[in-house]
Design a protein around this ligand. Structure first.
Ligand code: GAL
Length: 434
């Protein structure tokens, strides 16, 4: 009964789209994902080829839009129409919320046989398991607290890697004064909120980040530290170019690659774009942790969730889950994607310096409570809360709120969204209002 109620409330507002025709072959997996940029597509191809070599046919269902909001809208429409894809790229709380509805497949058979429990970091298991069962196969660990910089620009201007806020500002001032775009930003709410996450971690440290963005503590959200965070966002805004509005994240990366912009604050999927453009770390570009966040890791792990389909098709789902978790695949995929393996028993030899650093930091950060879920990418709070955060941060970037008002609005918006998320799982995953 509860499940029926949840399903009804989650799906009530959707129109029924025409159901696409699926291939009849039981060995086909239809994969819904948002990996459409150059670097993302190259990584996806590694997965596709791996599966095809194992006799699994790939049916592609790409939905463009960095961060995956549009993909989640399409997913809801498909499930509402009774035509769920076989496998879906998904993040954080969305995975748990779909599991609550009872529509996702159980992968425990293969997970237990292969001992995923022992190798997948605990913070990822929290999202990959529901009710004691494995319901998702994690393909990577991405980390959003990085800066990607054009090495030629840094060298020309004699800029050393900034390690704190003041040094970052001094570096950005120099780049701006030399006539470059100092900070390449895509003016979309999720990209702006990713900068916010970084500034929260840098300004308040992992404990403050956890209190404010994971525990959603009103005192932390309404604190002077949070006001400083918004002041800093307003400062960073002054280094953006006037054409940022609506720009996709990979086009912002391209500005750094082509020496138009000095730096981009972005998750390490940006590295996939550099690699795809044949640029090398340490030679053409450098990566460093967002100043003030060294030793801490914001994580964002892509996982594949399988939806309940016919028994005949379940075998292909298990095969895909097993292929994703294979150690050799985790290496070959993640060196292209810019991320690191979702299991801790994979050697770091094939990875560049940023990858190696990331792998070490993850192992060290977990026991210290310094590996924190990405707020922007749904690993800190459910979708409704995340969207509420996007709205406040976007209003700061458009100049609608100053820092004092932003703090007040954040406390209010998060409280309302939290209540909504408890009452209505998956609300606002499809971009609809409260
Ligand atoms: C994230 C996803 C990454 C990445 C990025 C940009 O949500 O986890 O894999 O590619 O979006 O599309």
């Amino acid at each position: 009964m509860l499940r029926r109620l949840l399903l009804a409330s989650a799906f009530a507002i959707f129109a029924m789209p025409a159901a696409p025709v699926l291939a009849a072959d039981d060995n086909t997996v239809e994969v819904l994902h948002w990996w459409t940029s150059g670097g993302e597509a190259a990584a996806l191809n590694v997965l596709k080829k791996d599966l095809e070599a194992k006799g699994v046919t790939w049916q592609d269902m790409p939905v463009a839009g960095g961060g995956g909001e549009q993909a989640m809208t399409v997913l809801r429409a498909r499930v509402t129409a009774g035509n769920a894809p076989t496998a879906v790229q998904m993040l954080g709380y969305d995975i748990q919320d779909w599991a609550k509805l009872g529509v996702v497949a159980d992968l425990s058979e293969v997970a237990n046989k292969e001992g995923w429990d022992k190798v997948v970091p605990e913070p990822l298991q929290k999202f990959a398991k529901y009710d004691g069962k494995w319901i998702a196969a994690p393909v990577n660990i991405h980390s959003p607290n990085w800066i990607w910089a054009n090495k030629a620009i840094l060298d020309k201007l004699g800029i050393k890697q900034p390690t704190n806020w003041d040094e970052l500002i001094a570096a950005l001032d120099k780049i701006k004064a030399a006539g470059y775009v100092a900070l390449a930003v895509g003016g979309q709410p999720w990209q702006e909120t990713e900068i916010f996450d970084n500034v929260v971690l840098s300004t308040g440290g992992p404990e403050f980040y956890t209190k404010a963005l994971i525990e959603l503590d009103p005192a932390a959200l309404g604190s002077d530290t949070m006001k400083t965070v918004f002041d800093r966002l307003i400062k960073l805004k002054s280094y953006m170019d006037p054409n940022a509005a609506g720009r996709e994240w990979n086009l912002a990366t391209a500005m750094v690659i082509t020496e138009k912009a000095g730096m981009q604050i972005m998750g390490d999927w940006a590295k996939g774009e550099f690699i795809n453009a044949k640029k090398a770390e340490g030679k053409d570009f450098v990566c460093f942790r967002f100043p003030g966040t060294q030793g801490s890791v914001i994580f964002n792990a892509d996982q594949f969730v399988m939806f309940k389909v016919s028994e005949a098709r379940h075998a292909a789902q298990l095969q895909m889950a097993s292929a994703i978790m294979a150690p050799a695949f985790q290496t070959s995929f993640n060196v292209v994607k810019g991320s690191v393996p979702a299991r801790t028993d994979v050697a770091d030899t094939a990875f560049d310096d940023c990858g190696k650093e990331s792998m070490k930091e993850i192992v060290a950060a977990v026991p210290k409570g310094a590996m924190v879920g990405s707020f922007t990418h749904g690993h800190a709070a459910p979708a409704a809360v995340k969207q509420a955060g996007y709205d406040v941060v976007a209003a700061v970037f458009t100049g609608q709120y100053d820092s004092a008002q932003a703090v007040k609005e954040l406390v209010k918006a998060v409280a309302a969204a939290k209540e909504e998320a408890d009452r209505k799982p998956l609300s606002r995953t499809a971009g609809e209002g409260g």
